[in-house]
Design a protein around this ligand. Sequence first.
Ligand SMILES: *[C@@H]1O[C@H](CO)[C@@H](O)[C@H](O)[C@H]1NC(C)=O
Ligand SMILES: *[C@@H]1O[C@H](CO)[C@@H](O)[C@H](O)[C@H]1NC(C)=O
Ligand SMILES: *[C@@H]1O[C@H](CO)[C@@H](O)[C@H](O)[C@H]1NC(C)=O
Ligand SMILES: *[C@@H]1O[C@H](CO)[C@@H](O)[C@H](O)[C@H]1NC(C)=O
Length: 280
Amino acid sequence: MLTRLGDGSRRFSMSGLILFAFVQLFGFVNGFSYIKADCPCEDPSLCKPITVTYKKEVFAFGFSTDENVWSKFNWTKITTIVTGGNPNVTCHAHKNGARSIFLEIMNETYKQQWIAQWIKRIQDNYMDGVNIDVEEPIPGNRKDLRDAYTTFIKNVTTAFKKVNPNYQQLFCVIDTSIPGHMSQKKYYEIMAISKDATSPILWEESTQTPYFNYISKNIAHQIRYDNLASLQLKYWTSFKYQILGVGMWTADLLDYLSKSPDIMKQTQQMWDALPDYYNK
Ligand SMILES: *[C@@H]1O[C@H](CO)[C@@H](O)[C@H](O)[C@H]1NC(C)=O
Ligand SMILES: *[C@@H]1O[C@H](CO)[C@@H](O)[C@H](O)[C@H]1NC(C)=O
Ligand SMILES: *[C@@H]1O[C@H](CO)[C@@H](O)[C@H](O)[C@H]1NC(C)=O
Ligand SMILES: *[C@@H]1O[C@H](CO)[C@@H](O)[C@H](O)[C@H]1NC(C)=O
């Protein structure tokens, strides 16, 4: 068709092409982040995904929907919050230059159609990505599972990058399983229980983690946890080996409401221990 057009029309076609390229580029940079009418943020620009690439990441997991909790996180340090999708948290994260992503717990039945559903969920909630956790350890002899997982990761990454290169995919796998029944306690609860420990505070070398035993209702329990010392060691290790980021589970497990000086200090110290990677 171009061959039949005169010079003027050709210029017109060219500018059409340039316009198209611009639209593509614009869509790319903004991740097709059409700001829908229902943007929940006070400033509609906060509904756009974060476009900054941080050299190193500080991941905070925080699922509380209580503003008295999530607003107390040190947002200067957080580059990504893994959260439940509360729009207020996402707006606040974006205001602070942090990505807001949701958590997806998976088993071995990876399904290709999940990828499209995740992308839709990200777009519908103005979020920035997904954290995919495989909670069942992959046994060493299951090369098939390992390969399938690797392919799935590649597929997710490719699909996300196509929609928006700024979208984030965080993959977590666990490689150990702890026997017995497990439950999770808040840090200040652990500190309180440790006063009635039936053992000294012990130290597990292999994980550089403190633990202690206690008895409750005639049943022996063991608590393994991280404290300031063990976290600092882990953060330093990540620094030493130039690991691209650190994260903690979870920011909700600190007490932000207490007026007790001891507890306020615990909370402050845990945040202060986190490295400062954030270069705004
Ligand atoms: C948050 O972290 C920054 C950077 O380390 C620090 O300057 C600031 O005092 C911290 N904010 C609070 C409330 O602790
Ligand atoms: C978000 O914040 C607004 C204003 O403070 C509040 O009315 C609303 O309930 C919050 N939404 C959620 C899901 O927490
Ligand atoms: C695996 O996950 C899918 C999606 O969450 C769920 O429907 C399915 O029941 C799970 N299968 C097993 C064996 O846990
Ligand atoms: C990955 O994508 C390829 C090509 O679209 C597809 O054939 C394959 O089944 C996918 N694999 C997984 C594990 O999702």
